[in-house]
Ligand binder design. Structure first.
Ligand code: ATP
Ligand code: MG
Length: 269
């Protein structure tokens, strides 16, 4: 069964999408079969992977509305081991409808059941708020990875997420775990970074991941050109940091549980 990891924090612009896309791509480079799901109606994962509306053949919106099956909305990517499902919301009306439908917090969990066993990892990107689609993602996940950017408001975001995490564990998903806190867009030797580092060590030390993602313009450029960083500049600091993160997590998961033999990839419609 796939390990399902949601990337979430109720704070915008901290590197959720960049982490979801590049962690998923890095797992794929390590030859793990990965499904990346974008639950943010804004659709930034699609843009980061080069899926323009013309190249998109439906997404969660169609699945939630019984128009397509999950298998029908899986998009192959340039990386052999990476598949992708967008949300594919193209109008305000559609966004309102998917928000309404996602009030049923077990929707994503139910539809993932059939396809998750065909992957080693499912990575879910979320919008910068917790209700609706993010709640769906947390309900079906094994763990949540929390990206944070130096600065006070990110720490508030962690507090908020931890409170929500307790609630999700109590009412919807008692086996949900914290995968870790990931420092992104890291700029050493600044006052804000220094203060954030101190606070993180004091309040969240046991959750901090070893890997730190540096501030690196290649990551932004790669998403602008619709590519995961590893296909844009394989040796940039950003690319290498996300590969380190994937290795850190694979190592952890391998020691935590015995490897499972999974069936070969699913046949798509
Ligand atoms: P939102 O909540 O709006 O969905 P987000 O948390 O998904 O935002 P991203 O879109 O991943 O955040 O990142 C915000 C901006 O920061 C983007 O322009 C992205 O290219 C840039 N960025 C992300 N990570 C890095 C990094 N390590 N170095 C430099 N720029 C980065
Ligand atoms: Mg995003």
């Amino acid at each position: 069964m796939a390990k399902i990891i949601t990337i979430a924090i109720p704070k915008g612009g901290v590197g959720k999408t960049t982490t979801a896309v590049n962690l998923a791509a890095s797992f794929a480079v390590l030859e793990k079969r990965v499904l990346l799901i974008d639950t943010d109606p804004f659709g930034a994962c699609s843009m980061s992977l080069g899926f323009t509306p013309e190249k998109t053949k439906g997404g969660l919106y169609e699945v939630f509305n019984f128009i397509h099956s999950m298998a029908q909305v899986i998009h192959r990517t340039e990386l052999a081991f990476l598949d992708f499902i967008p949300t594919n919301v193209t109008s305000q009306q559609a966004e309102e409808r998917i928000m309404r439908l996602s009030e049923n917090r077990t929707l994503l969990k139910n539809i993932l059941r059939t396809i998750a066993p065909h992957y080693d990892y499912v990575i879910i990107d979320t919008p910068p708020f917790l209700r609706g689609l993010t709640t769906n993602a947390l309900t079906c996940s094994d763990s949540v990875l929390i990206p944070i950017k130096s600065g006070h408001f990110s720490l508030e975001g962690i507090e908020k997420l931890f409170k929500y995490f307790d609630w999700i564990q109590e009412v919807a998903n008692k086996s949900l775990q914290i995968e870790g806190i990931l420092q992104t867009m890291y700029e050493p030797h600044t006052k804000v970074t220094e203060i954030t580092d101190r606070e993180l060590q004091l309040r969240f030390r046991k959750y901090l991941l070893k890997t730190i993602i540096p501030k690196n313009t290649h990551l932004t450029e790669a998403s602008f050109y619709g590519k995961p960083a590893v296909l844009f500049n394989a040796s940039s600091k950003g690319t290498l940091a996300y590969l380190d993160l994937a290795r850190e997590l694979v190592e952890r998961h391998q020691t935590a549980q015995p490897p499972i033999v999974l069936p070969s990839n699913i046949q798509l419609a």
